[in-house]
Design a protein around this ligand. Structure first.
Ligand code: ATP
Length: 454
């Protein structure tokens, strides 16, 4: 049996190259030289993204009786962004190089070079630091005279705040309750590296939890615990996660307390998700700017009125996908071919998240094995995402599935024709077990249920 040994270093270049090679993520408009800040999710990438999204959705809605979903429009009334503070404050400090024309975030380059106004790329002269608003602007309506100015939303949260009253009324929600939403957000970011970590178009998974003022600290702690537990369930290496509490200088002006969950990516610990106590800032501002009464009326407590506090959990879907690519990636030295130098690249996704759950592989195309394999795949399709591969040597096919992160490979051989049994190869251990084809589906279900990463 193969014994995995020693793993090699995971780099962002390796992740990027595997993602392209196996159809997880492609550069946007690559044939035109690519569009920076935008990426396309290929056949395996969209499966993985959908699974993360479903996992998050189930966790936040199905498993929490007091949370409901929403899908708000990307285009919102422009006053929304005045109320939220984005028009005024959603800026990054930027500097330009007068020589090579590159633009940098002033807080992300060498501070000595910044002080001396020296370009970190070409040594040319840098401009003064300027504030640059990150919102994308466009026009709505038939007239292009500026009166139809509208923004692509830079976060999904505001769609939740402006619908809070609708949801209280239509769904008879009682505080405390939450609203969950997954959707696209757009920020005109300066993006130069780290693959899909920071992009101009991305997806967020946000849940805003409305509480009575005074209960905010209790629920803030509760949601920090819940969000930490979520990553445990996702099967991530918990040693690579840590909390980062915002210091006084980092805290948004409206926030009472804020923590980020950070993951150790190949380029170091970086933010994955924020858990924020946003106080009553958001609803107060929307009340002020819209002129609508956004107070909650507590009918169980003598019609007490108040503006709820909001605890926010804000995660990046595309950033979680990058985390899972990094976390799952392993290079192992294996001896299953009797060759000391044989390495395999294997994506050890949790089976619930893997883009393909079962691959069906006939040992040979001939002698009716391919037909039997197709029949077996047909039987598994209702329960699992399946793949079928009959091209090339079986060892090569296993390696292809390892790179895709397929946890189970079912191989059909001559014995299968004789007695109806097939082999199931476990991706992580590379061990094979013989199982009767009629028990295959429940056997795989059991393996998924009891999965722990090896
Ligand atoms: P940063 O300070 O790094 O710009 P942020 O603190 O502004 O990020 P939030 O506004 O709190 O980020 O967004 C919540 C989550 O959305 C982040 O934790 C991250 O997972 C995701 N996110 C934010 N901006 C981007 C982006 N440009 N590309 C991909 N994901 C993003």
């Amino acid at each position: 049996m193969a014994v995995p040994e020693q793993t090699r270093e995971v780099t962002m270049d390796k992740i990027t190259s595997l993602a392209k090679r196996r159809g997880f993520v492609f550069q946007s408009s690559e044939i035109y030289g690519g569009q920076s800040g935008a990426w396309d999710y290929g056949p395996l990438g969209i499966e993985l993204k959908n699974r993360i999204q479903r996992f998050w959705w189930k966790e936040m809605t199905q498993l929490h009786d007091d949370i409901v979903g929403l899908d708000a429009a990307i285009l919102m009334h422009p006053r929304t962004w005045e109320a939220s503070g984005h028009v005024e404050n959603f800026t990054d400090p930027l500097v330009d190089c007068k020589k090579c024309k590159m633009r940098f975030r002033a807080d992300q380059i060498d501070q000595d070079k910044l002080a001396q106004k020296i370009c970190p790329e070409c040594g040319g002269e840098l401009t003064e630091t300027r504030k640059f608003n990150l919102m994308f602007k466009t026009n709505i309506g038939p007239v292009d005279d500026g009166s139809g100015l509208i923004y692509l939303r830079p976060e999904t949260a505001q769609g939740i705040y402006v619908n809070y009253k609708n949801i209280v009324q239509s769904n008879r929600m009682k505080i405390p309750f939450g609203i969950a939403q997954v959707g696209k957000a757009f920020r005109n970011e300066i993006v130069t590296k780290n693959f899909i970590f920071r992009t101009c178009e991305f997806e967020q998974m946000e849940m805003q939890y409305f509480v009575k003022p005074g209960d905010d600290v209790k629920f803030f702690d509760y949601w920090r615990e819940q969000r930490w537990a979520y990553y445990q369930k996702l099967g991530v290496d918990m040693k690579k996660l840590r909390w980062h509490q915002h210091g006084k200088d980092e805290l948004a002006h409206y926030a009472k307390d804020a923590y980020d969950i950070e993951y150790e990516f190949p380029m170091g610990f970086k933010e994955l998700e924020g858990v924020h106590n946003r106080t009553d800032f958001d609803l107060k501002r929307h009340q002020e700017y819209s002129g609508k009464d956004l107070q909650y009326i507590d009918q169980d407590n003598g019609n007490e009125r108040y503006i709820p506090y909001i605890i926010e959990t804000s995660a990046g879907l595309t950033r979680q996908l990058l985390m899972l690519l990094c976390d799952a990636y392993e290079e192992e030295k294996v001896a299953d071919k009797g060759n000391d130098d044989d390495w395999r690249t294997v994506m050890k996704f949790h089976p619930e998240l893997a883009p393909i759950t079962v691959a069906v592989l006939p040992l040979m195309k001939k002698d009716g094995l391919a037909e039997l394999a197709q029949e077996i795949r047909q039987g598994l399709k209702q329960d699992y995402a399946t793949d079928y591969d009959q091209a090339g040597a079986i060892g090569r096919r296993y390696r292809r599935q390892d790179e895709a992160g397929t946890p189970y490979c079912v191989t059909i051989d001559y014995d299968s024709k004789e007695n109806g049994t097939v082999t199931v190869r476990d991706r992580d251990t590379m061990e094979q077990e013989r199982v009767h084809k009629d028990e295959l589906s429940s056997y795989i279900r059991g393996k998924i249920k009891n999965y722990t990463r090896k």
